[in-house]
Design a protein around this ligand. Structure first.
Ligand code: PMP
Length: 437
């Protein structure tokens, strides 16, 4: 990652050194490692580093920033909520029913909604709920998909899984309970035969099957035609709870999530990120039947508890975010800018003859340095890392911020203008040229 000048590099390194002395790795979340830039300001489509250098942001905090950075309307709503009645820890919180009502109106699988603070919370509660409702233990998920750091699902999405001979259900990190990990069944994404075989073998032991409707964990990889329908059918036939992880796609692919576009309706939906444009709010939505298993302190019922669940300021931000999505053409803008960008990237790929391909939906995309769009984790990971490193460095040097690893999905926010995309496309053309030089 090239710093813009020597002085900036020295200062950024000093910031990292200071952080590393007191914070393991210097950061509190994995993908923040490895950057030399230190960002100190953000607004609309942009972030600025500590030398006041502006970048068009195509990372957007890995998903939450959907309307734009530091959106005044959202910050005011959050501040107003927090200054009227902040956390009381008693009864329904101000704005809670309103947000749940809206989600029930827009999201096909939502008949009831419960709130928590992160995607990791939401997927953990989904597993507990599915186990309580079915009395079974195992969980099925797809190779390479990330669903947070619960022992129940933090399996089968590390690059180590690709080393020959490594079982697909390898834990993503240390400290996970081996007995829990043993109960995770991992299937290759888009592998119909593998999916059928897993249900043949474990169908009556599975509590839940997790899928991102449109995979963002290793870039942008849609389900093959019929694949989600097959998953739905196998779940229904075997009494397995189908969980759609819409932490990335919820309130971004569409206000009602990817399920509202695709048409396959899961039993439970985990969401987070874009729902509150950067404030920490997440949740679990589901059919009444299942959500009825959320009770208190009994073995057949799962429990959702949390001091900060449905905090009024996050609810204020979320209610405002969804109000804006319902009254303004946010998705028209996100899709128009995304289409403009993908078309432009493809044009440069073609004109330069780069062995690359661009995939994506709406505001999200991924550039893979392989000629064909990948259909699963293994193929996505074949994207040429050296070419990507050159591409990424060239983008950063020109003022475009994207993920630092080849399978990172990238996204724009609704404050991004056509002129920003024109600028980004020039930078992409130069970066693709650098990648093949
Ligand atoms: N599911 C998916 C699909 C995600 O992308 C993420 C986060 N990147 C999570 C779950 C976990 O969410 P959080 O980081 O809010 O815990």
């Amino acid at each position: 990652v090239p710093p813009s000048d020597g002085a900036q590099r020295a200062e950024a390194l000093a910031t990292w050194d200071r952080a590393r002395a007191v914070v393991p790795r210097g950061v509190s979340s994995g993908h923040r490692v490895g950057w030399q830039q230190v960002f100190v300001r953000s607004s609309g489509a942009y972030v600025w580093d500590d030398k006041d250098r502006r970048y068009v942001d195509f990372l957007n905090a890995w998903g939450p920033i959907v309307l734009g950075h530091c959106d005044d309307r959202i910050n005011r709503a959050a501040f107003e909520a927090a200054s009227t009645c902040d956390l009381t820890g008693v009864g329904p919180q101000p704005g809670e029913a309103q947000l749940a009502e809206t989600i029930c109106e827009v999201m096909p699988s939502a008949e009831k909604v419960v709130f928590c603070t992160s995607g990791t919370d939401a997927t953990m509660h989904a597993v507990h709920l599915a186990r309580a409702a079915t009395g079974r233990l195992k969980v099925l998920k797809f190779h390479g998909t990330y669903h947070g750091w619960n022992d129940h699902v933090a399996v089968g999405s590390s690059r180590k899984d690709l080393t020959p001979g490594t079982p697909l259900n390898t834990p993503n990190g240390g400290g996970l309970h081996p007995a829990v990990v043993d109960d995770v069944v991992v299937v290759e994404w888009n592998d119909e035969a593998g999916l059928r075989a897993a249900f043949d073998q474990f169908g009556d032991q599975l509590a839940a099957a997790f899928a991102e409707g449109y995979v963002h964990s290793f870039g942008c990889v849609p389900a093959a035609p019929g694949f989600l329908e097959l998953l739905r059918e196998l779940c229904t036939r075997n009494g397995v709870v189908m969980v759609m992880d819409e932490v990335k796609t919820g309130f971004r692919a569409a206000i009602g999530g990817y399920q509202s576009i695709h048409g396959v309706v899961p039993d439970l939906t985990a969401f987070g990120k874009a729902v509150a444009n950067g404030y920490s709010l997440a949740g679990l939505a589901g059919i009444d039947d299942l959500m009825g298993h959320l009770g208190a302190y009994s073995k057949s019922e799962a429990t959702v508890d949390g001091t900060y669940n449905a905090s009024p300021y996050a609810l204020g931000a979320a209610n405002k975010t969804l109000e804006i999505m319902r009254t303004e053409d946010v998705f028209g803008t996100l899709y128009a800018r995304g289409d403009q960008l993908r078309k432009g990237i493809q044009k440069s790929i073609d004109s330069l003859g780069v062995p690359a391909t661009v995939t994506g939906l709406g505001s999200e995309w991924c550039v893979y340095f392989r000629s064909e769009p990948p259909v699963n984790f293994r193929q996505a990971m074949e994207s040429d890392a050296d070419m990507y490193a050159k591409y990424h460095s060239a983008l950063l040097a020109q003022g475009v911020l994207e993920p630092a690893f080849p399978t990172g999905d990238r996204r724009l926010n609704a404050a991004t203008t056509e002129a920003d995309i024109d600028f980004a496309l020039e930078c992409v053309h130069n970066a693709l040229t650098a990648a093949i030089s």
